[in-house]
Design a protein around this ligand. Structure first.
Ligand SMILES: NC(=O)c1ccc[n+]([C@@H]2O[C@H](COP(=O)([O-])OP(=O)(O)OC[C@H]3O[C@@H](n4cnc5c(N)ncnc54)[C@H](O)[C@@H]3O)[C@@H](O)[C@H]2O)c1
Ligand SMILES: [Zn+2]
Length: 346
């Protein structure tokens, strides 16, 4: 079948890829309709690895997708051919200890699309467990369906933060993950949500599309303290670290209320020192997330109900036959672009 293949570091091709998958009784076969390009896809393309995950053989890219069910296994009750769906890209061992305890995202054997050696979804069709495939309501588009995957991280982070109505939150880093986290925090009942970055273009994007919901802080010319003060906010209850930058940890508790919560989302490339005493004297709670668990239906609900308007995040769309161009563009992404989407046309 036709597929977008990362042959090796720096080399992508659109070509026929020999792959046959049999449909199990609990599976569905799906053709992808829209696939978002993720920072990790670009990272594999440019670097050939993310930490210990190394591209050693040709790998199909893509893991943020929506699509249409082509075929359903004999035990599948919730889905039928023709259904519009989106998929969780991580398939755990359904019998593992972690899965049985409800934390399937932490199963060490999870098979995550487009993470070597697991094939991704930028191909004509794939087989997927029905239990990880979610029907899209009629008013949720395929583009929104493909955004459910990155949104799931933000919504899961907001859920982990256990936001109370009227809390104030600060998000560090205004990349895709920071923005979706800020949107989720706002929709979860925060009185004020601030987002800080060192890149002006990202903040301009936030101001243009979400200025009524989120306050942008340009760290190259503004301070967190002054911006909070101007908004009449003394301190924030919650900080979401979504930059992955060591620098973001400096003085991270300064603007926080005692007994506030930090949710660690960003993944620094190397261990980061934390001022433990500063954390202790305010009894700050440190929480973290790894991808998401049991969150897709909530994300779909937030989009369908209009509580989260995410379509502005799709800033450029390519056809499948322009995928090489799309990846080249994503690899040198200008700061004002957020999510590059591929319409497969299959
Ligand atoms: N925990 C998880 O499950 C999970 C899932 C997906 C992504 N991530 C991680 O989340 C992070 C963000 O992902 P992304 O795709 O949005 O990346 P991104 O690179 O698009 O965004 C990061 C942003 O942080 C900004 N930044 C850099 N230094 C900063 C600083 N000192 N203060 C404030 N902002 C700063 C950058 O300018 C950039 O805009 C990455 O580290 C990624 O690996 C974690
Ligand atoms: Zn992703």
């Amino acid at each position: 079948m036709q597929a977008l293949v990362l042959e090796e570091k720096g080399k992508i091709s659109l070509r026929d890829f020999d792959i046959t998958e049999s449909l199990g009784p609990d599976d569905v076969r799906i053709k992808p309709v829209a696939v978002g390009i993720c920072g990790s896809d670009v990272h594999y393309y440019r670097e050939g690895n993310i930490g210990e995950f190394v591209v050693r053989e040709p790998m199909i890219l893509g893991h943020e997708a929506s699509g249409i069910v082509l075929e359903a296994g004999e035990n599948v009750k919730n889905l039928k051919p023709g259904d519009r769906v989106c998929m969780e890209p991580g398939i755990p061992n359904f019998k593992s200890k972690e899965t049985l305890q409800g934390m399937y995202n932490l199963d060490p054997d999870v098979q995550f699309w487009a993470t070597p050696p697991v094939q991704g979804c930028l191909r004509e069709s794939f087989v997927h467990p029905a239990g990880l495939t979610f029907k899209l309501p009629d008013n949720v588009s395929f583009h929104e369906g493909a955004l459910v995957e990155p949104l799931a991280i933000g919504v899961y982070a907001a859920k982990k933060a256990a936001i109370s109505t009227g809390d104030n939150a600060l998000v560090l880093g205004a990349g895709t993950i920071g923005i979706v986290t800020a949107l989720a925090a706002e929709a979860s009942g925060c009185a004020n949500v601030f987002i800080a970055d060192v890149k002006k273009e990202k903040l301009d994007f936030v101001k243009e599309h979400y200025g009524d919901k989120i306050t942008a802080i340009d760290l190259s010319s503004e301070t967190v303290t002054d911006t909070l003060k101007n908004a009449g906010v003394e301190q924030v209850e919650i900080v979401f670290e979504a930059s992955g930058s060591e620098k973001a940890f400096e003085g991270i508790t300064d603007c926080m209320t005692p007994q506030g919560t930090i949710v660690l989302i960003g993944m620094p490339n190397a261990p980061v020192p934390i001022d433990v005493v500063a954390v202790q004297v305010k009894e700050i709670e440190l929480k973290s997330i790894f991808r998401y668990v049991n969150i897709y239906p909530r994300v779909i609900g937030m989009i369908a109900s209009g509580k989260m308007n995410v379509l502005p995040l799709v800033t450029k769309v390519y056809d499948f036959n322009q995928s090489l161009e799309a990846f080249e563009y994503a690899a040198t992404l200008p700061g004002n672009e957020i999510k590059i989407m591929i319409d497969t046309g299959f």
